[in-house]
Write a protein of this length. Structure first.
Length: 245
């Protein structure tokens, strides 16, 4: 067993883990293998990032080949053909109109970059009054200051002061009393989207709001599905007032 004292593990009760470590040492397909030779079914595909299965031979071979050919190419003022190819491949499968790709290292950086892009978009169009961001209760948008500001998980926010200014939150759409045992999208609750217009935009004035950010399906405080029609309502309200969603 290695010395476990130096690695400060994220989102983990460190003392508890280190008193009885659970070590994964190998993986293949849908299984992990532990240091005491147990096979474990990986029901979450890593942290939702190994969706083709662990150690897929094609992916393993591509990583090995690239590491031997060129380990790193800067993206500032210089490029590498594969980055352009990857961006084109993404644009091809993305919905129509989503055809520009900005690569980031993780979800937290992607969220903070998206919030910055939203603010800069309005500013360079001469609409710099739009500085306000709206997230949602129980939302998870990563660990950057932008992400915890628009996110709605108290435990991820309480230690970090005011974080970003000018942020407000929609209510979350979890309504177990009305939507218990639903199959597919919950049928009750689309009207919760109306509070964007009736409460938040009425309070702040739509002309000050740059962007609304919500997970289509919230996944970090339980899996919370959007009520049928809820996201369409958010889209219609945002479009009506020139707010990015
Ligand atoms: C909706 C959402 N946004 C942002 C993040 C942050 O991603 P990362 O952990 O890669 O920083 C996550 C991670 O689970 C997420 O689910």
């Amino acid at each position: 067993m290695p010395d476990t004292s130096h690695f400060w593990m994220p989102f983990t009760a460190n003392r508890q883990f280190k008193s009885k470590p659970r070590m994964l040492v190998a993986a293949s397909g849908m299984y992990y293998y532990t240091d005491d030779d147990r096979q474990i079914l990986d029901g979450t595909a890593g942290l939702w990032c190994v969706n083709a299965g662990h150690c897929h031979p094609k992916i393993t071979e591509a990583i090995q080949r690239q590491a031997g050919a060129m380990d790193y190419a800067p993206a500032f003022q210089m490029g590498h053909p594969l980055a352009f190819e990857a961006a084109s491949a993404l644009a091809e499968i993305a919905p129509a109109g989503l055809n520009r790709v900005f690569f980031c290292n993780d979800g937290s950086e992607a969220v903070d970059s998206a919030l910055k892009i939203a603010l800069a978009y309005h500013r360079v169009r001469g609409d710099g009054l739009r500085h306000r961001l709206i997230g949602r209760e129980r939302g998870y948008h990563g660990v950057g200051f932008g992400g915890i500001s628009v996110g709605g998980i108290a435990g991820n926010r309480k230690h970090f002061g005011p974080a970003l200014p000018a942020v407000d939150h929609l209510r979350h759409p979890l309504d177990i009393a009305r939507n218990a045992f639903t199959r597919g999208l919950p049928q009750q609750g689309a009207e919760l989207a109306d509070e964007l217009e009736q409460r938040l935009l009425a309070l702040h004035d739509p002309a000050t709001v740059a962007a609304v950010i919500v997970e289509p399906m919230q996944g970090s405080t339980g899996v919370i599905l959007p009520p049928a029609g809820y996201l369409q309502k958010l889209r219609a309200i945002c479009d009506k007032y020139g707010i990015l969603l």
